[in-house]
Structures are given as C-alpha cells and as structure tokens.
Design a protein around this ligand. Structure first.
Ligand SMILES: [Zn+2]
Length: 550
C-alpha cells in the first residue's frame, strides 16, 4: 500500500516538472519580445501583422419603429420629454451664447466654454416646466371628479345616451390627468439633458465658425424635436419570443438616485436595418453603440427610434478585372464603353425636360421683372426680395443637378461592379469644348453642369460598391465592398480622330453615326471618344480578342 503511494508520488514528479516547464514557456511567450522599429511607411506592430486587412469606420443610423404595447405610462414619459425638448434645446443654445470662457480641464492651455451654467440653466428650465404642470394637475383632477359625479347621476337617472358621452369624456380626462401628473413629476435623466448640452455645444461651435461671414444664424428649434440619449446609455436586445423584434431599453426618469428604465418593442425599418440590428445585438468590437434618438412622426402618427452605431468594416477590396471608358456623349448624357465592345448609355432626357421647364419659368419671371411687376410684396424691399423667385428656381436646379449626379454615379459604379470592371477611364470633361453645333441634350447638360462635382460623385461611388457573394452589386449595406480605380484621361482630339486609321478630321461630327472619311470606319458618335481612349489603353479595339502575349 505504502509502496503504491511512493510510486504514485514518483509518477507525479516528472509530470509536475513538465507542467512547470510549460508554465515557464508560456510565461516566456506572454512577455512580448522587443518589437522591431517599424520602417517609415510600414504599419507599426511588427512584421507578423503585415497581412492584417485594412478597415474603415462607417457611422450608420439604424431606424426602428416603436410598437405601442399598451403601457401608457412609459409613452407619457416620452411625451413629457418631447413636449419640452425644443424649449430645452433653445435654452441650452442661447446659454452657450453667453457662456464664459474657462481653461479646459483636459488641456489647461486651451480655452473652452463653461459647461456648468448651461447644465444649470437646463435643469432650472425643467424645474419650471414641472412647476407649471404641477399647477395644471388640480384642475384636471377636479374635472375628473366632476365628470365622475355627472356620470353617476346620469346612470342613476338612466339617461343612457348622456352616460355614454360622459364616460368617453371621463376616459379622456383621466388620461389627460395621468399624463399631466407625469409631466409634473418627470425628471429627465442625466443621459438625456447631458446629451442636449453636448449636442447644442457642437451646434454652437458650427455656428461660431461661420458666424463671422454673417450668413448663418444660431439654431432655433421648433416643437417636435427628437429626444437624444447619450452614447451607450441605451441597450438593444433580441426579443425572446418574437422573431425579428427587438427590445430597446431607454432611461426615462431619474429621481436623483435611481434611474428608471423601460423597454420598448421595436422593429427594424426595412431589410438592411434588420441586418444592422443583428450586428448590433451580436456585439463584439466591430460595432460601437453611439447616441440614440427617439422621434415622433406627426405624419405617420408613430414613434421611431434612430440608433447611431459605428461599424468597423473591411476596407473596400480593389476589383481586379477589365477596363472601361466613360465619356459624356453627344446625343446622350453619358456613355460607357466596355472592354468587350458593349456600350451602355445614360440618355439624360429628363435633364433636358427639367431644364427646359425651368428656363421657361425664368423667362416668364424675367418679363415681369423688366416691367417692375415683381408683386406688391417685393416692391421697395431691395434686391434680395426682388430676386427671391429666381433664386428659388436656381436652388431647385442645383438640387436636381446634384441628385442626378449622385444617381448617375451610382448607376455607373454598379454597372462596373456587375461587369467586373477594375479600372474606369474617365475622359476629362470640359464645358468649353462644345459649341453651338451640339444637340439639345448636351447643350442642356453643359449649361451649368458641374463637371468637377460629377467626377467627385463618380469617384465616391466607385470607392465603395456593395457586392454580394457572386460579385454582383447589391443594396445590402452589410455586404462586402469593392472599389473601382478611376483613371482620368485627356480626350483632346479624340472626338475627331479615327480609332481605326488614326486620321484626324478637321470638323467635329455631330450626326448620330460617326464615319471616317478615309477608311469609312463607323461607330456611334457618342462612343467615339470613349472608344478612342479605351483603344489607346488596351492597344486594340474594344471587343477584339486579347492579343497573345506569350
Ligand atoms: Zn479611319
């Protein structure tokens, strides 16, 4: 027996040593070896991290519909906050206006505006609000009592119709009384009024930056402002029994010691929002919860939650593939020529129609202005008022052009992703290059068309295109992203040079079909510039088989 014990200890012995050894080696691994100093241009963190993929951060607002679950009290608390939110915001922002400069707590050499008085002003306002509503409560209570007596009397005398109306009125009065009581007692939690203070501070900073130019006024807020919660003061979890529903926990009331929270059942608005919600619930370090906003839509008669998150995602993977060329057309707005010789055009007919409409309106207005008939309201009030109508048209035009740029840029980017275009040649666009011999479409487009902006939009869209697993462009904002390289090219003479024999014509051709005088090579006039550019890049005609390089 004793021998057994000894043998036991002996057998344990070497194992123990082994364990210790392992512990030692483990320890040696934990102490980080000295990292080699990164060479300039290389990411810090050692050579092993060289294959770590680059990431980007996107801020996304995820929208949810809030469902009414019958618990009136918590919704009354939302109403209580919403109903005074614009006054709170206005107080805070005007308080920032007169805030004193103090040394920053973080960096004593810098000056910031004192936050304390702003917070105090907000708290004082909330206190006044509560006092005001507290005074309204007794009136409402008397009304409820009176209605109750009246109802009892009507019932005892069997006046049924009167009793019915009285009971509905009583119900309303009771609801009103309950909501007044909440308004009289509800104390905004610090996560809400603090976010008001912070948010107005950022708004005031924006105002301050532009104020010297004199064309920006300080913010003023009207009723119906969203309620904001500070970063991370809310939580979202999946609802247990109902699929596709989530539970949003918000801070609603605070008595100074305890914070009262309530959960709201919410449904993501739309398929991509469902995707974001899943990511939010899954957590991890790829998603960070920022502020929450809750807003009541008067039009839809419903509460919505807008939750801001910061998503870490892989940087766009550059597409490796074919080449395409883009150019403004002569008969259509934009033309894409692909490596396989196929053509895609964006006609831009709607631009012509819209511009024509605006032009007609402007001409009509101009006639009135010439005769000083700008209307009674505009007379004697200076240029600004007199030209208000014209300015309105210009603004509408700007907005239209801007959306058109965005839409077209997105169309081009998606087309490139779908066809596996890795490199997009873009002919530099010059508004001067087109004379009066050019048809209406381009005339309309060239007149005030922001070419630089259009190029910027295309650049933006091509930098991040969402694609599904098969590599097709998708609207799913959680999908992986790819990027298409943009390469501007100088299209000088390209409208007149023949891509086949190289003959340069004296005149620009504007007929729908372009034909070479020498070799009678024909192409669509719209395509000729892009065709030339792409041919120069590929060293062969688009659509021809690749020359054998081996
Ligand atoms: Zn030719």
């Amino acid at each position: 027996m004793g021998l057994d014990v000894t043998s036991g200890t002996i057998s344990v012995g070497p194992l123990q040593v082994l364990k210790d050894e392992r512990a030692l080696t483990n320890k040696a691994a934990v102490t980080t070896p000295r990292q080699p100093t990164p060479k300039p241009g290389q990411p810090a963190g050692g050579g092993a991290t060289g294959d770590v993929e680059e990431t980007t951060r996107d801020t996304v607002v995820v929208q949810f519909s809030i469902l009414y679950d019958g618990n009136q009290e918590k919704f009354d608390r939302l109403w209580a906050m919403r109903d005074c939110m614009h006054r709170v915001l206005n107080t805070a922002i005007s308080e920032w206006h007169r805030a004193d400069k103090v040394a920053s707590a973080r960096n004593p050499e810098k000056e910031t505006l004192a936050r304390g008085p702003v917070t105090d002003a907000v708290k004082a306002l909330l206190e006044r609000e509560r006092e005001y509503w507290a005074k309204q409560v007794p009136k409402a209570e008397t009304e409820v009592a009176k209605l109750r007596v009246d109802l009892g009397r009507a019932k005892s005398k069997e006046r049924l119709e009167e009793a019915l109306t009285l009971s509905t009125r009583l119900e309303f009065a009771q609801k009103r009384c309950a909501s007044l009581r909440i308004k009289a007692t509800n104390q905004m939690p610090s996560s809400v009024y603090d976010s008001v203070v912070r948010w107005t501070a950022s708004r005031y900073a924006i105002y301050k930056k532009d104020a010297f130019r004199g064309d920006r006024s300080n913010d003023t807020y009207r009723a119906g402002q969203p309620i904001r919660w500070r970063d991370g003061s809310w939580a979202l979890v999946r609802e247990v029994d109902a699929k596709g529903r989530y539970n949003l926990t918000l801070e609603l009331h605070s008595d100074g010691k305890h914070v009262e929270r309530a959960g709201f059942t919410v449904i993501p608005d739309g398929p991509s929002m469902h995707g974001f919600a899943k990511r939010m619930v899954a957590g991890g370090d790829t998603v960070k919860l920022c502020d929450a906003r809750v807003v009541y839509s008067e039009r839809k008669k419903q509460w919505f939650a807008k939750l801001t998150i910061r998503l870490v995602r892989k940087a766009s993977r550059p597409l490796a593939g074919t080449t395409a060329a883009l150019r403004r057309g002569v008969w259509s707005a934009l033309v894409l020529v692909f490596e396989d010789g196929s053509i895609r055009t964006i006609t831009g007919g709607d631009v012509v129609a819209f511009k024509r409409k605006l032009k007609a309106r402007k001409v009509a207005l101009g006639e009135h202005m010439g005769q000083m008939e700008a209307g009674d309201g505009a007379r004697g009030r200076g240029k600004r008022r007199r030209f208000a109508a014209l300015r309105k048209i210009d603004d509408a035009e700007d907005r239209f052009v801007d959306t058109r740029c965005k839409v077209w840029a997105r169309m081009i980017a998606r087309e490139c992703a779908d066809r596996g275009v890795g490199r997009l040649l873009v002919a530099k666009m010059n508004p001067k290059e087109m004379g009066d011999d050019v048809p209406g479409v381009v005339q309309a487009m060239l007149r005030n068309w922001p070419f630089a902006k259009m190029l910027d939009r295309i650049k933006q869209s091509c930098a991040k295109i969402y694609v599904d697993e098969r590599g097709r462009a998708t609207r799913d904002a959680l999908a992986a992203t790819v990027s298409v390289e943009l390469a501007p090219f100088d299209a000088h003479w390209d409208a007149r040079g023949c891509p086949n024999c190289g003959h340069v014509h004296d005149e620009r051709q504007v007929a729908p079909t372009w034909e070479c005088d020498k070799c009678h090579f024909t192409r669509g006039t719209d395509q000729i510039v892009a065709w030339n550019g792409l041919k120069r890049e590929l060293k062969r005609h688009p659509g021809e088989p690749k020359p054998c390089t081996s």
